[in-house]
Design a protein around this ligand. Structure first.
Ligand code: DCP
Ligand code: MG
Length: 392
């Protein structure tokens, strides 16, 4: 009897475990399919165009190719550069640098205006090329995207081959170069795309990740800006290998949840899926004025121009129906900033007038920069901001 019972019990147990395994297998497969497959076998390509805005301008006017060239606002006022080509970088010229400063570093620098329409069109063309390889595409900006090609059978599933083909197609169809990083997670793929820039490819296989990440300086971890890098260096962490030795709890106390992320990245780990549905959190436009806006009247006068640009952005993003809040950002001429928000609104000029009045009342100072925007409440948010360089 006991034996029968035992057998019966064992059979039932087996059936139950079998069923559990089946369900587990189904969940893993389903998640894998949705999220871009099991973590260890993901194949991620990160693409980033080389000196994107400048590259488009050089394509359209090849005489700019071999001379230091930048795209941005006028040097006479407070124009800033959006980017510059590699010959200009040799002089220390950089993105976001005031044009006047760049010209001091490189007096022969040629500066051309921003043509956003052209860059957006190029970005769309790049996207069309990516779509031949996968539908799991997560754009990070106009010139940068993650692709999860784990499910693609092209080139016998070789992500390296796919990355090379994407680079060749972009060069041929758009007349610009892009760099690519290939690895099994987003973090390593992103770092790798910068490795052999410009016009480069870097592949980091799963076996190489450990060594590759150990040697990385902490400042190359995405999200580690100058301030955090400086703090980490002061704590004695120069490389990811140093960070691996860190007390995780201490890092969390010091840097919040980003402390835990830092430890993960230090080991070359990143389990984030490529998320094609990632949404923006806000859309905004702003302008730094060549001359300070001396009073409220001058500020109110600028609102309608900003609103036209903002509306274009909202239309483009198809975001009209998901606007939750309006906000105004003001930078005073002592470089302090303030932001005023209003919930439950569509982006009406009357809202911005009200917000601007409230913001201006906070400091009786001339205004250097004005920005307006909307917040969109969606999950997995990202921010999209358009800075209109002075003079555009
Ligand atoms: N951009 C901008 N303002 C910045 C930085 C960038 O307007 N502060 C714009 C111009 C760049 C584009 O975004 O061409 C893409 O930014 P990247 O950081 O990818 O820089 P680039 O593509 O210009 O150069 P790189 O070759 O380093 O990627
Ligand atoms: Mg780029």
């Amino acid at each position: 009897m006991l034996g029968d019972f035992d057998t019966d019990y064992t059979v039932k147990k087996w059936r139950r475990s079998g069923l559990k395994l089946l369900i587990l297998g189904y969940i893993v497969l389903k998640n894998g399919k949705q999220k871009g497959v099991c973590l260890n076998t993901r194949k991620i390509i990160h693409i980033d165009a080389d000196c994107f805005y400048a590259a488009i301008e050089m394509r359209d006017d090849p005489s700019l190719t071999n001379i230091p060239f930048a795209v941005g606002g006028s040097p006479s006022g407070r124009g800033v550069l959006t980017t510059c080509n590699y010959p200009a970088r040799a002089f220390g010229v950089r993105s976001a640098m005031p044009t006047a400063q760049a010209l001091r570093l490189c007096p022969q620098l040629k500066v051309g205006p921003v043509n956003m329409m052209k860059y957006r069109e190029a970005s769309k063309e790049m996207r069309r090329i990516f779509e031949k390889f996968t539908d799991l595409i997560e754009p990070l900006s106009l010139d940068e995207a993650y692709l999860d090609v784990s499910h693609s059978d092209l080139y016998q599933g070789s992500a390296t081959h796919m990355a090379q083909t994407i680079r060749a197609e972009i060069r041929e169809k758009l007349g610009i170069t892009v760099s690519a990083g290939v690895s099994s997670n987003k973090f390593i793929a992103k770092v790798a795309s910068d490795w052999n820039k410009p016009d480069g490819l870097k592949v980091v296989t799963p076996e190489e990740i450990d060594l590759f990440s150990a040697a990385l300086p902490v400042k190359l971890i995405p999200g580690v800006g100058k301030v955090t890098a400086h703090k980490l260096e002061r704590l004695g962490f120069q490389t990811c290998a140093d960070l691996r030795e860190a007390d995780r709890n201490k890092l969390v106390r010091r840097f919040g949840s980003f402390g835990a992320t830092l430890v993960e990245r230090a080991w070359g780990r990143d389990d984030r899926a490529v998320n094609p549905a990632r949404n923006r959190k806000s859309i905004s436009v702003e302008n730094t004025y060549a001359e300070d806006l001396e009073n409220g009247h001058a500020c109110f006068e600028k609102l309608s121009d900003l609103l036209v640009d903002l509306m274009l952005r909202i239309d483009k993003a198809n975001a009209k129906n998901v606007v939750q809040k309006a906000f105004v950002k003001i930078k005073f001429n002592d470089f302090s900033s303030t932001t005023v928000e209003k919930a439950g609104t569509t982006a009406r000029i009357s809202d911005y007038r009200e917000l601007l009045a409230e913001g201006l009342a906070r400091k009786p100072l001339p205004v250097r920069l004005l920005g307006i925007g909307v917040r969109i409440e969606t999950a997995g948010a990202e921010q999209l901001e358009l800075h209109i360089p002075e003079g555009l």
